[in-house]
Design a protein. Structure first.
Length: 405
């Protein structure tokens, strides 16, 4: 018998099995999840990270939003593509986060567009951290052998898919799972770093929220949180414009020789938008400097959000933004969003996503590069060959985005 080595097509089949089982684990229909709140073991319900009632509905059309999703595409060399899809309000920003009792912690966030205390700022930050942790941790738990993946089912399914019974091939169940696990580790190698950081963020916010006596006061349009007895820093700003995207991204950065996570949360309302940066306060000086430069102008904020959107897919946008976009530009964006190695969080993306807002900001703001901003709408851009980009991506991908000084 011959020794067995996976060919690229078979590796993609295994990769597909991983994503299917993880998707099933994260599903709204999975009733096995427990509340994420510290010390609680009650069953988790479907939690909206961003209010459906006062936020998501404000950017929906006929009860739907648009989202970019990864899909299997065996015509492509990497076996997948990212394309826009329609998602219902019940699914957008939803995860198995908290029991019904602990869902009540967020009642004010879900019913009021005005922040009335620091506690509300921190509770939204906490909810965003838990959303990212849920989606990251599910992969990390698998590598810790905590039975997210049904190994016996996986082996039998893979044998069927690879048609091993028809081949005289020497491969044991253990060897097949070893190959399967190796592909997992290569694909999700950065998740262990992210989940550990998110666990520490979650724990720190829980401890601070539970121990601090908050006073009610109107936060206003800006708030900077950096306290000695809390590991987490939060930068908050409220705009008097609606940016029609609900965003829950997190970005793994390398600052100096250290890795850290920056979470960006965007919450749109009918006539306003909240923006949160959530991070390790040890990097407050670095990130607050970035924040101050970016939030000085609305066009800079828009550019930052578009850059974040092109690096991470946890966002939901008003359908008209996608539906009204020129076809050629949308096709480029759908391809670009896969090649995250080509961009930097703090560098402008060269195509416009929010054309109407961009035009308004260009008209109303001074001391901006209006030519460059208009080029994002009008310019015809050229990209390198897809296979060349894919090869560069495979060589460079590490999910780390250095913060340049």
């Amino acid at each position: 018998m011959k020794k067995y080595t996976l060919n690229p097509k078979e590796a993609l089949i295994l990769d597909n099995q991983i994503e299917k089982q993880l998707s099933s684990y994260r599903s709204r229909k999975n009733k096995k999840h427990k509340c994420m709140y510290k010390g609680c073991n009650k069953s988790a319900v479907n939690s909206h990270t961003i209010s459906k009632k006062i936020s998501l509905t404000s950017i929906s059309e006929n009860g739907h939003l648009k989202q970019f999703k990864s899909k299997r595409d065996y015509q492509k060399q990497n076996g997948k593509s990212l394309s826009n899809d329609t998602v219902g309000l019940n699914d957008a920003t939803t995860f198995k986060g908290f029991c019904q009792n602990h869902e009540d912690l967020f009642k004010n966030l879900d019913n009021n567009t005005t922040r009335s205390s620091l506690e509300e700022i921190l509770l939204q930050s906490y909810r965003s951290v838990c959303f990212s942790l849920f989606n990251t941790k599910s992969t990390d738990i698998y590598f810790g052998n905590n039975n997210i993946i049904d190994n016996s089912l996986t082996v039998n399914k893979l044998k069927e898919l690879l048609e091993l019974d028809k081949e005289q091939i020497e491969i044991s169940d253990n060897k097949l799972m070893e190959l399967y696990n190796e592909i997992n580790k290569n694909q999700f190698h950065g998740f262990d770093i992210e989940s550990k950081l998110l666990e520490s963020y979650k724990s720190s916010l829980e401890d601070y929220i539970n121990s601090y006596n908050f006073n009610a006061f109107e936060i206003g349009d800006e708030y900077n949180f950096c306290e000695e007895n809390c590991q987490i820093g939060v930068l908050y700003k409220k705009l008097n414009n609606q940016i029609p995207v609900a965003l829950l991204n997190h970005h793994l950065l390398k600052i100096g020789e250290q890795y850290t996570l920056l979470l960006i949360t965007v919450i749109p309302y009918v006539d306003s938008t909240e923006i949160y940066w959530i991070f390790d306060k040890n990097f407050y000086k670095h990130l607050s400097k970035r924040w101050n430069t970016i939030t000085d102008k609305l066009i800079n904020i828009l550019n930052m959000l578009e850059s974040s959107m092109m690096l991470c897919e946890n966002w939901y946008v008003k359908p008209a933004i996608i539906n009204d976009m020129p076809k050629e530009r949308l096709e480029i964006i759908e391809e670009d969003i896969y090649f995250i190695n080509e961009r930097d969080l703090f560098a402008d993306y060269d195509l416009s996503i929010f054309d109407n807002l961009r035009l308004i900001f260009i008209e109303n703001e001074i001391n901006i590069d209006s030519v460059s901003e208009m080029n994002k709408i009008n310019k015809i851009v050229q990209r390198k060959d897809y296979n060349y980009r894919l090869n560069e991506f495979n060589n460079q991908i590490s999910d780390i985005f250095p913060l340049k000084n």
